[in-house]
Design a protein around this ligand. Structure first.
Ligand code: AP5
Ligand code: MG
Length: 201
């Protein structure tokens, strides 16, 4: 079971993934968290990523792909994972598809959390992460619109996209997330002409 969460900064990807981990019992892979850990530990990848993250720009694809590939190959990801903040560019999405295909696996579904800009800003102001200041935040939103939003079309064409309203309480949004998972299972069942291996949620 491989589920991707896509949404602008502050959309609630991390919040919903925490809830999904309890439901699905698969690891939560957040590339933002992985990068922040690498920056803190001072690894070569962390050192390279710092300037990009501080400016609200995406780090280079090669760096992210190296990091994610290693993580996806770990034993705990064999049964699946939740991908939060990855892929974020079309080359990242194409590489992920290739990588999974070589292992006879695929992305099961992609959930878009749609949240208007004024609410994103309100959430950002209520939090205090190093890259949460109005100027950098606005650059992160632009990176999302220019480089990540095209992925919605990419996954829509594969019939894997569920776009949900990301406004409301975290629990209200989580029930929409569960409904999206049920839709993925039904669509998979129809494609394979047999019940989907996705868990009953
Ligand atoms: P990343 O860490 O992924 O940050 P992001 O996409 O900007 O998203 P956030 O983590 O800020 O928001 P979120 O959607 O997880 O929301 P959250 O649940 O925290 O990436 C950081 C940087 O790393 C990037 O800018 C880039 O430089 C680099 N990077 C990462 N991945 C990359 C990749 N694949 N390629 C290249 N570069 C990459 O919620 C936000 C806040 O709102 C929280 O305070 C939360 O409590 C609150 N909240 C959540 N839900 C609700 C709700 N329903 N109502 C009210 N408040 C809510
Ligand atoms: Mg996050």
């Amino acid at each position: 079971m491989r589920i991707i969460l896509i949404g602008p900064p502050g959309a609630g990807k991390g919040t919903q993934c925490q809830k999904l981990v309890n439901l699905l019992r698969v690891p939560h892979l957040s590339t933002g968290e992985m990068l922040r850990a690498a920056v803190k530990a001072g690894t070569p990848e962390g050192v390279e990523a710092t300037a990009y993250m501080e400016q609200g720009r995406l780090v280079p694809d090669a760096l992210i792909l190296g990091m994610v590939t290693r993580r996806l190959e770990a034993a705990d990801c064999r049964a699946g994972c939740l991908l939060d903040g990855f892929p974020r560019t079309l080359p990242q999405a194409a590489t992920l598809d290739d990588l999974l295909e070589r292992r006879a696996m695929s992305v099961d579904g992609v959930i878009e959390l749609a949240v208007p800009r004024d609410e994103l800003i309100r959430r950002m102001l209520a939090r205090k992460r190093a890259d949460d200041n109005p100027e950098i935040f606005s650059k992160r939103i632009t990176s999302f619109e220019e480089q990540t939003a095209p992925l919605l079309d990419y996954y829509q064409r594969q019939g894997k996209l569920a776009s949900i309203d990301g406004l409301g309480t975290a629990d209200e949004i989580f029930s929409r997330v569960r409904e999206a998972l049920r839709r993925f299972a039904r669509a998979q069942g129809r494609r394979a002409h047999r019940p989907s291996p996705l868990p009953d949620v």
